[in-house]
Design a protein around this ligand. Structure first.
Ligand SMILES: C[S@@+](CC[C@H](N)C(=O)[O-])C[C@H]1O[C@@H](n2cnc3c(N)ncnc32)[C@H](O)[C@@H]1O
Length: 302
């Protein structure tokens, strides 16, 4: 059996777990315990619960080799989600792969807000601009049965990943490729304005590249991270400019923001005469801009 440097051969799943954790700690991986569990479980073709139920399982030589390869990859800063091909989002397991952004827990706030804004989804329509893995579009379709969800992305890898996740989780999503909001505008021209438009657009400035963790900087797709022209507010500006045409009166646009973007985003909305609210994530960061398109009655009354 081959041995990785610093990894003596374990005899049981439990021993392998302990060694994996020690290896990742030596590599200064922040969540060494959790990631050791995920990687060892993946190597043994089980999940974390399954792993804990078979800690005494004797290992085959190939088990150790497979686990060793996964750990070496993680030690080189490949994201654990790309190694296992999975990431949890809103309590469900999504397929992810290189070329597609790994879903982030803070983006779950977009789903929470969409659920609050759309208590009676039957017959309503939603768009997700920049769908990536499909975590938002697919979760919306699952959480709001009856809502018709359309997902848009520039990247073929993203559209393919969304399609696979939709199929695996058993929902239908309309997928459209193309650059920017033109495809969303075409969908509005064809089928009318949406009730909800969600987006987690790229909002990292290119000057911030060196501050990113190597997992993000060296592995995640640049088109999913970096704002056009290094303008973090580019997509907020685009969505503010088109909110009234993309969303029907009474509907809302929900946009994810970077950590320092909230005040600028609120100002852009106010300058356009739109009602706006900023919503904080669990870390207290102003994470989502909500643009409300008032209905005629409310506007006339106001
Ligand atoms: C930050 S990722 C969000 C992915 C996913 N919605 C999520 O929350 O994990 C942004 C997505 O926007 C897509 N994107 C970037 N620029 C775009 C453009 N000009 N037109 C359409 N999609 C674009 C990227 O391919 C990427 O999938």
């Amino acid at each position: 059996m081959t041995r990785a440097r610093g990894l003596p051969a374990p005899r049981t799943a439990g021993e392998m777990l302990g060694m994996a954790r020690a290896f990742l700690e030596r590599k200064e991986i922040a969540e060494a315990r959790l990631e050791a569990e995920l990687l060892v479980a993946h190597a043994l073709e089980t999940d974390r619960l399954g792993l804990f139920m078979q800690l005494d399982r004797p290992l085959e030589g190939t088990d150790v080799d497979v686990a060793r390869d996964l750990l070496v990859r993680r030690g080189r800063r490949e994201p654990v989600a790309y190694i296992t091909g999975r990431r949890e989002f809103y309590g469900r397991s999504f397929e992810v792969r290189p070329g597609v952004l790994i879903p982030r827990p803070e983006s779950e706030l977009l789903v929470d807000l969409a659920r609050e804004r759309c208590p009676r989804p039957d017959g309503k329509r939603a768009a997700d601009l920049g769908c990536g893995s499909g975590c938002l579009a697919v979760t919306l379709a699952l959480e709001l049965p009856g809502l018709a969800v359309s997902a848009f992305d520039l990247s073929d890898a993203a559209l393919d990943c969304t399609r696979r996740n939709a199929e695996r989780l058993g929902v239908a999503i309309a997928l459209t490729g193309g650059d920017g909001l033109a495809a969303v505008e075409a969908a509005v021209a064809a089928g009318g304005a949406f009730d909800l438009v969600l987006s987690n657009p790229p909002y990292v400035r290119s000057e911030e590249r060196d501050d990113l963790a190597p997992e993000v900087r060296d592995h995640e797709p640049p088109e999913a991270l970096f704002a056009p022209d290094s303008d973090a507010d580019y997509w907020v500006r685009e969505l503010v400019a088109r909110a009234r045409s993309l969303v029907r009166p009474g509907g809302a646009v929900l946009v994810e923001l970077g950590a320092d973007q909230g005040p600028r985003a609120a100002r852009l909305a106010a300058d356009a005469g739109l009602s706006a609210a900023l919503h904080r994530d669990l870390a207290g960061i102003e994470r989502v801009l909500e643009l409300s398109v008032e209905d005629g009655a409310a506007r006339d009354a106001g």
